[in-house]
Every structure is written in structure tokens, then in C-alpha cells.
Design a binder for this molecule. Structure first.
Ligand code: NAP
Length: 296
């Protein structure tokens, strides 16, 4: 248990999109002091009305000397810009700051960022999340954390305000590595569901019955029982968008190549998602829209 003096009181939050706005709201609700910054200023208004302070830039936010700054931006290059850009966190931060990155980005780049920050006495923990917009609003996200254990222990009470299952998975980068593994399992699993539906239809088996029966045995999965019925109903509303899973599988492909891993199934799943985006305009639909590329 961390000392009371080491507890987190003041938090900075950068990136108030779907996930960040909900997570920052939960930090406010937990009674923490919250200062926010978002590239498009309007998105900070709702949080300001609820008591958040608004900084003029990431550097300005860092100059307010929060104990922690959380990031929730889109991709690897965006995290890099917010950390090291001209008005980035590094331009205003002092040694002792902890940065917690909730974005889903490249694990190898994360390790490089941690090294650069470490040279200035700043600690980076990668803490990507799973659970979507609903989990973010309800504070029930699964959070996989990489970084030094003492910093993790200090952050745990704060992370409990935004997540339910919070797991330290290893040194910095391992949170993002775990998230990449999660996306591989999700994508390949969904591909199996789509192909099972294709096969059921091809053989004249009622796909709804197939989902019920397979879902009671060794083929059961979250993808099958949650997204299978949506595919059959033609319900392609997101959930988790095709564009985001393509971003995440791009990260997987990059790190797999660098480690000489083939991951043929994941490549095929990515090709299906790309086809759904390119030929069925499904980029902003839910991942179950992969079925548009798989089913005849
Ligand atoms: P989003 O709604 O599109 O929000 C993205 C946020 O990042 C916005 O605040 C955006 O600012 C900011 N941003 C992007 N590039 C930036 C840059 N170069 N400099 C400064 N700010 C920048 O995305 P989201 O759904 O919240 O997702 C955020 C992260 O969580 C992503 O890495 C995503 O993969 C991950 N994630 C999302 C979900 C989900 O279900 N949505 C689930 C798990 C993980 P502007 O407002 O100015 O555009």
C-alpha cells in the first residue's frame, strides 16, 4: 500500500475523445483534481462545467505539476506528438512526473518513448484498455499495465476509478504487447465466427441454431455469442469500429514483422477487415462488418 503522501491527488488528462472524456469524468467523480487538454478545444467544455481545469497545451498542463498525466489519443505518432512535440509534455515537465498512456499504440515505440522520458526523470506506464465506450463510461474497463511496479502500486487507486480488472503484465511496453495479443485473438476469433456462419449457410444449416449449439460447447466465445446474432440480424452498428481494429492490426503486423513472425491467420483477418472497409464502406461500422467480406 503506498504512503498517503505518495497517493495521486492531481491528474492531467490529454485526449478527450470517446474514451478519454468518459475516463476523465470518472476521475473527477472519484474526487481527484483534474486538468484537461484536448486538441479541439470544444471537447473540454463539458468537463470544465463539472470542475476540471483546462490547460492551454500539453506543456502548459505539465507546468501545472500534476502527479500524473494520462494520455488517450489515437495512434503512435499522436502520442509522440503530445509527448515530444513543440508544445508537448516534455517542454513543461519536471522530473518525478508519471505519464500513463491509455491509447492503443505500438509496444516497441512505447519502449523508446519510455527511454527518452526516463532520461528526464519521467516515468512512462503503458495502460491500454479493453471494454469500449460502455466500459469507459461505467468505469469497468480492463486495463493492462506495463512499467515499474512501484509506480503501478502508486497508481492503482487512481486506475480503480476508471477500470475494474487492472493487471500489471510486466515492464514498459508489455501492456501494449498484451493489447496487441488481445486484438489478434479477437480478430481471428471473429474470422472463425464469420466462416462458421458461411459454412452453416453453405450446408443448409440454420445459422441461428448453429450459434446456439456451438456456443454451448468448445467453440463458445464472446465474439460468437455477441456478434454472431448481430451478423445474422444485419446489425453493423459499432461497438468497436473496423477503422480502429485496422489501426491495431497494423501495429500487430509491424511488431510481428520485426520479430519474424508470420501470423498468417491474423493477416487474413486484417485482409477481410480491409475488404469490408474498401468494398462495403464499413470503416465506421462495428467489427462484425467483417462478415460483409466473408459471406457470399
Ligand atoms: P477518438 O474518439 O477518435 O478520440 C481521439 C482523441 O485523440 C481526440 O481527443 C483527438 O483530439 C486526440 N488526438 C488524436 N491525434 C492527436 C494529436 N496528434 N494530437 C493531440 N490530440 C490528438 O478515439 P477513442 O475511441 O477515444 O480512442 C482513443 C484510444 O483508445 C485509441 O488509441 C483507441 O485505439 C483506444 N481504444 C478505443 C476503444 C473504443 O471502443 N473507442 C476501445 C479500446 C481502446 P481531437 O478531438 O482534436 O480530434
Amino acid at each position: 500500500m503506498p504512503e498517503a503522501s505518495a497517493l495521486i491527488h492531481d491528474v492531467g488528462y490529454i485526449g478527450l475523445g470517446i474514451m478519454g472524456s468518459a475516463m476523465a469524468a470518472n476521475l473527477l467523480k472519484a474526487g481527484l483534481g483534474v486538468t484537461v487538454w484536448n486538441r479541439s478545444p470544444g471537447k473540454a467544455d463539458a468537463l470544465a462545467d463539472r470542475g476540471a481545469r483546462v490547460a492551454a497545451s500539453p506543456a502548459d498542463l505539465a507546468r501545472c505539476r500534476p502527479d500524473v498525466i494520462c494520455l488517450n489519443v489515437s495512434d503512435t505518432r499522436d502520442v509522440e506528438a503530445v509527448l515530444f512535440g513543440p508544445e508537448g509534455i516534455m517542454a513543461g515537465a519536471a522530473a518525478g512526473l508519471i505519464v500513463v498512456d491509455h491509447s492503443t499504440i505500438n509496444p516497441l515505440a512505447t519502449q523508446e518513448f519510455a527511454h527518452r522520458l526516463g532520461e528526464r526523470g519521467i516515468t512512462l506506464l503503458d495502460a491500454p484498455v479493453s471494454g469500449g465506450d460502455v466500459g469507459a463510461r461505467q468505469g469497468t474497463l480492463a486495463i493492462m499495465v506495463g512499467g515499474p511496479e512501484d509506480a503501478f502500486a502508486r497508481l492503482l487507486p487512481m486506475l480503480r476509478a476508471v477500470g475494474k480488472t487492472i493487471t500489471h503484465v510486466g515492464p514498459v511496453g508489455m501492456g501494449q504487447a498484451c493489447k496487441a495479443c488481445n486484438q489478434v485473438a479477437v480478430a481471428c476469433n471473429l474470422m472463425g465466427v464469420c466462416e462458421a456462419i458461411a459454412l452453416a449457410r453453405g450446408l443448409g444449416l440454420d445459422p441461428q441454431r448453429m450459434i446456439e449449439v456451438v456456443g454451448g460447447g468448445a467453440g463458445a466465445s464472446w465474439q460468437l455469442s455477441n456478434l454472431g446474432p448481430k451478423i445474422l440480424a444485419g446489425d453493423f452498428r459499432p461497438g468497436f469500429m473496423v477503422d480502429l481494429v485496422l489501426k491495431d492490426l497494423g501495429i500487430v503486423q509491424d511488431v510481428a514483422q520485426r520479430r519474424q513472425l508470420d501470423l498468417a491467420g491474423t493477416q487474413q483477418a486484417r485482409a477481410y477487415f480491409q475488404q469490408a472497409k474498401d468494398h462495403h464502406a464499413a470503416g465506421r461500422e462495428g467489427t462484425q462488418a467483417m462478415a460483409k467480406a466473408v459471406l457470399p
